[in-house]
Design a protein around this ligand. Structure first.
Ligand code: MTE
Length: 379
């Protein structure tokens, strides 16, 4: 089947304007800070902390480790509070996990939609150290009928997008019980071997591997078990999608990340020499499964060839890949695409699913490049 992808001129405007903050990140919004990773500069399995994207809805709350308390409460037999020191003294785990913002690649939607115009870099892969959430829930004695765990951050305010709540609200998200008790969900205090930086949730944040980034609540101060599904702003008004129940649309919270791949190099509108090997680099990730194949097209989706993975399959972490492309002799504009397959046999969809609104943009993203012959003439 032939697939054709629409060219997108918004990307060109965005790239030139947004680059770059003094930290090397691409500015999408200055305050609260929404900064994007320049993915073409990421060369390693772990994204360097200073290049890791930042997505915050409110200003950073000031939390001091000396007075920090994490409250574990709600549908539990033994509610308790934990100091920063007590948390750090508990047995910890370190694991790599990819975080992707659910709105990553929004700039590729045609027609253009509201919201931060993320390109490719609202995603990163880091190593996180912390205490499994499960250990805290066990200590608290979670009640049998608790169905979700609400994670609450210390940051708060009034979101700009309607419906605007009547009072300031804190950033809070819930996790289904089955996910919350899985060993991989961490109450983390370190990122890539160092204490969390303020932008990434210092002193303590949740890390929910396999779920979109919005689940990994930063500046975490509260963990509450609840008996009814939590209906907070960040999982109904925002970060929700349309599902169907008996053919009727119902709103559900976003959760597990969908299979996706991206091309990091060459960059959009990069100029390449004709008849030369250009190595295309990228990364692919999935939610609760593994990426098993990567296909690359250099002709806008008419034909596909297999790429080669640079990292082994590891649940919840991305796999970088490469593909050697002998650029055509014929100068012109070429469209590169990447499409991943996972261990369940799923492949990325051809089109964006409208039920996700401006989130979950997982169709193959067109990267247009120019091929020129060495003299620069176009014939
Ligand atoms: N946690 C709090 N408390 N406040 C926030 O605004 N943003 C969420 C999540 N956790 C957010 C939060 C979103 S939308 C994403 S994508 C990730 O944090 C981004 O994590 P990062 O900034 O460390 O990359």
């Amino acid at each position: 089947m032939e697939t054709f992808y629409i060219e997108n001129s918004y990307i060109q405007d965005g790239i030139k304007k947004a680059r770059q903050s003094s930290s090397g990140l691409i500015i999408r919004q200055k305050e609260p800070r929404n900064l994007e990773t320049p993915l073409d500069e990421v060369d390693s399995f772990l994204t360097p902390t200073e290049l890791f994207y930042i997505r915050s809805h409110f200003p950073i709350p000031k939390l001091e480790p000396a007075s920090y308390q994490l409250r574990v409460d709600g549908a539990v037999r033994n509610p308790f509070s934990l100091s920063y020191r007590e948390l750090r003294d508990m047995p910890s785990e370190t694991r790599a996990a990819t975080l992707e913002c659910a709105g990553n690649s929004r700039v590729f939607l045609v027609p253009q939609v509201e919201g931060a115009q993320w390109e490719l870099g609202a995603v990163g892969n880091a190593e996180w150290t912390g205490v499994p959430l499960r250990a805290l829930l066990e200590r608290a004695g979670m009640e049998e009928d608790a169905c979700e765990i609400v994670l609450e951050g210390a940051d708060n305010g009034k979101p700009k997008e309607p419906p605007v709540p009547p009072v300031p609200i804190s950033y809070a998200r819930s996790l289904p019980r089955e996910k919350a008790i899985r060993r991989e969900v961490l109450i983390a205090y370190q990122m890539n071997g160092r204490d969390l930086p303020p932008d990434h949730g210092y002193p303590v944040r949740a890390i929910v591997p396999g779920h979109y980034g919005m689940a990994s609540v930063k500046w975490l101060t509260g963990i509450y078990a609840v008996r009814e599904p939590f209906q907070g702003y960040w999982q109904t008004s925002d970060y929700g999608y349309w599902d169907y129940l008996d053919a009727r649309p119902v709103r559900r919270p976003l959760g597990e990340m969908k299979l996706k791949s991206e091309i990091a190099r060459p960059r959009v509108y990069e100029t390449l020499a004709a008849n030369q090997v250009c190595t295309v680099f990228g990364a692919a990730w999935a939610g609760e499964t593994e990426v098993t194949e990567i296909a690359v097209s250099t002709d806008g989706g008419r034909s596909w060839a297999e790429g080669e993975f640079l990292d082994p399959a590891q649940r919840h972490a991305w796999r970088r890949w490469k593909f050697d492309w002998l650029t055509p002799k014929q100068p012109g504009k070429y469209t590169l695409l990447a499409r991943a397959k996972d261990a369940n046999g799923e492949v990325q969809p051809d089109q964006h699913d409208q039920n996700y609104g401006s989130y979950v943009i997982t169709h193959p993203l067109p990267i247009e490049v120019f091929v020129e012959n060495p003299t620069g003439s176009s014939s």
